[in-house]
Design a protein around this ligand. Structure first.
Ligand SMILES: [Zn+2]
Ligand SMILES: [Zn+2]
Length: 712
């Protein structure tokens, strides 16, 4: 048997390079049988024999020659079968997976796993099981959608100006790469309308569009507007078959409530070009949209775009890369852009479009910063409501207007402690204190979900003191305080304890919209993109939460959260007011919050970042080791540290190794180190080599986190 056959051999064989689903950092060659020729292409999932096993894999490339030589076909094993519908990982998405493996320092098979939902990768036919819908909810949603117009509203001058630039970029030569756009528009400036019109134009041109939102379930109003606008384009398929109701249309909404079968079917509809507009959270960026015209990343500053499992990719950055590969226009939009994005815009890497005014000449709400130290003196003790907030709420109740109160901590109190012996209830699996949930009568860990019965007396055997106390306030306690201070008000609480059912959120929002709730209080669930014209007062109950974490982004995060929640006020005809209660009114962030001055905040913050060499002024990579034994995690990170210094040279800047600020999470101890300037090509090559050589199934897990968000 000869391995070489003449080039002019009449029977040309096709060879596929396949990455198998095993922890092997290599690809293998397989023969494409004649009958599978049409189906096997880059991105196709296949079954192959590997040793004595049958395994699944992803085709990376199909070619007729192998390194310039023709390989005798009979020397290769054939592909056994194509799995699932072919082409659900498009060539462009495959390219994206390769980029992710390279950039985020992860093995290619892991990157491939994140670009397609599990159901697309598996064998066997999926049954399309419909998820059941609640008739009452259906009614509520129908009712809500009648409030949403399908007609585009008249545009303001600032929207027209931005749109004309965006249309020009969208229409430009499709063989040319398009620079991403940062749309910095204040809250209520009409960004969504801009997205809708750019998307509509791309669809008219026969192109596809992807719109990312931070969380589908928390952005019902945005999704509803898309439905209302693009539903008229929905046409029943002409050959819908026998009796089955035609479904779908041009819009595919990828949400977590889809059953496996539904998800699979949505992917097929997208791949076939029946659905050309895809809306979804993070992973929707990998949807198999063909001929992609535009990608919109709404609320691009949101941290939920970052995946916190390996590969720790950031969907905003992946979106920018996908736009680069497919020459699509990428629009990043926010009222409070991430410093990284604004920095890119200032440097000219992105176009910058501004919308500094609210629609219909409405004003931004007035923000008052209240010094709670003074209030504590005045009210002779800790008070939940300052005088201005209390009288503000009273006034709104009298006028029949609505109030939003924001407190980003759930539960009743954040810790349970014994004043006699100093005992603090902590999680057995994490190094954090347990929060008390009064309604449930439990102590809960907000990191791992551990729950135990709350104590009546101190649990320490030698103490047993009954005066055990709760410290720190959560939304449950706030709700109690609101009901006591305003007994006639109709109050609703929105956090992950009260919103356990999928429809609870939509239902509460609907009641709020219909004026059946006076005061809505909650965690960040109420901070995102809600638009209720009758809300005229927003109270930030404790603005300092999160401001003093050992994380270089804590100021940025506080600024973003407060400005976003503040933006819920005054979206109707009556001007809005925001009361921010803080114990550190002198903090520089508070000054910019008061003026809602993003530009000023950016200038000051970028000064800090530059001085400390933190992103966006510098690129960093965090490397984390986790083990059930602290000493083992510590040992591995120290060895890794030595190896990194050896290989990368003394010029590389390293912080640590040290225990992570919250050392133990879910029973695993974490140690980390931070590397600077890891984007340099020679550095990345070495890091890839090191990570490829690490065993993946050891007890001590090692994760690289490129451009980390989570610093705790
Ligand atoms: Zn005690
Ligand atoms: Zn825990």
């Amino acid at each position: 048997m000869s391995l070489l056959i003449p080039r002019d051999s009449r029977v040309r064989s096709r060879i596929a390079i396949v990455r198998v689903d095993l922890h092997i950092n290599r690809s293998f060659h397989y023969l494409v049988p004649e009958e599978l020729r049409e189906q096997v292409m880059a991105g196709t999932r296949v079954q192959i024999s590997f040793g004595r096993r049958k395994v699944l894999g992803t085709v990376l490339e199909v070619s007729e020659t192998l390194d310039g030589l023709e390989v005798a076909a009979d020397a290769l094993k054939p592909i056994l079968e194509v799995v699932g519908a072919s082409g659900l990982i498009t060539p462009a998405v495959l390219q994206l997976a390769k980029w992710m493996a390279d950039y985020y320092l992860c093995p290619l098979d892991l990157a491939l796993k994140s670009v397609a939902p599990a159901v697309v990768q598996k064998k066997g036919k999926m049954r399309a099981v419909r998820s059941r819908r609640d008739p009452e909810l259906e009614m509520a949603v129908t009712e809500a959608s009648t409030l949403t117009s399908s007609e585009p509203p008249p545009l303001m001058a600032q929207q027209e100006a931005v749109l004309s630039r965006m249309f020009e970029w969208l229409d430009a030569d499709s063989s040319q790469e398009k620079k991403p756009v940062l749309l910095h528009g204040i809250t209520g400036s009409g960004k969504t309308e801009v997205y809708l019109q750019v998307i509509a134009r791309a669809l008219e041109q026969g192109k596809g569009a992807i719109m990312l939102v931070p969380e589908i379930s928390l952005t019902p109003q945005t999704v509803e507007r898309l439905r209302a606008r693009f539903a008229p384009l929905d046409k029943p398929e002409p050959n819908a078959g026998t009796g089955s109701k035609p479904e779908g249309g041009i819009l595919a909404v990828l949400h977590s409530g889809l059953s496996q079968g539904e998800r699979f079917r949505e992917w097929q509809r997208i791949r076939e070009g029946k659905a050309r507009l895809v809306v979804g959270a993070r992973s929707a960026i990998f949807a198999p949209v063909m001929n992609l015209g535009v990608i919109v990343v709404d609320e691009e500053h949101e941290h939920s775009y970052k995946q916190e499992e390996h590969p720790r990719y950031h969907a905003r950055d992946v979106a920018v890369m996908r736009g680069h590969f497919e020459k699509a226009l990428v629009i990043l939009g926010s009222a409070t852009p991430a410093l990284e994005s604004y920095h890119n815009a200032i440097k000219g890497k992105y176009h910058l479009c501004r919308m500094p005014e609210r629609v219909d000449g409405r004003h931004l709400p007035k923000i008052r910063i209240i010094d709670m130290r003074q209030e504590t003196l005045r009210q002779k003790g800790f008070a939940i409501f300052s005088e201005p907030l209390k009288s503000g709420i009273q006034l709104r109740l009298e006028r029949g207007e609505q109030v939003i109160l924001y407190l980003n901590r759930r539960g009743y109190s954040s810790s349970m402690l014994c004043p006699k012996c100093g005992f603090v209830a902590t999680c057995p699996h994490c190094s954090v204190s347990l929060s008390y949930h009064r309604q449930a009568g439990t102590l809960q860990c907000h990191f791992c979900g551990y729950a135990a019965k709350a104590f009546n007396v101190c649990p320490q055997a030698e103490c047993r003191d009954p005066s055990i106390r709760f410290a720190g306030m959560g939304t449950e306690k706030l709700e109690e305080a609101v009901s006591r201070a305003f007994p006639t008000a109709r109050v609703a609480r929105m956090d992950s304890d009260t919103m356990t059912r999928r429809d609870a959120y939509e239902r509460t929002l609907l009641r709020f919209r219909m004026g059946k709730i006076d005061i809505l209080l909650g965690t960040q669930m109420i901070a995102k993109g809600l638009d209720f014209p009758r809300v005229t007062l927003v109270g930030i109950v404790f603005a300092d939460l999160g401001l003093h974490f050992p994380d270089f982004r804590s100021g940025e995060r506080t600024f973003q959260q407060i400005v976003q929640v503040a933006g819920r006020a005054g979206r109707g005809d009556v001007e809005g007011e925001v009361v921010v209660q803080t114990f550190t009114p002198q903090h520089p962030v508070m000054k910019h919050i008061r003026k809602q001055d993003y530009e000023g905040f950016y200038q000051e913050e970028i000064g800090f970042r530059s001085a400390l060499q933190y992103p966006p002024c510098c690129r960093i990579t965090k490397i984390e080791c986790a083990s059930e034994q602290s000493s083992r995690a510590q040992y591995v990170i120290q060895q890794l540290h030595k190896l990194l210094l050896q290989r990368l040279g003394p010029s590389i800047r390293v912080l640590g190794p040290s225990p992570s600020p919250i050392e133990k999470v879910r029973g695993r101890y974490r140690h980390h180190l931070i590397l600077w300037d890891t984007r340099k090509k020679e550095h990345r090559g070495i890091l890839q080599e090191i990570f490829a050589s690490l065993p993946r199934d050891g007890e001590v897990k090692v994760f690289p986190d490129v451009d980390p968000i989570q610093m705790l």
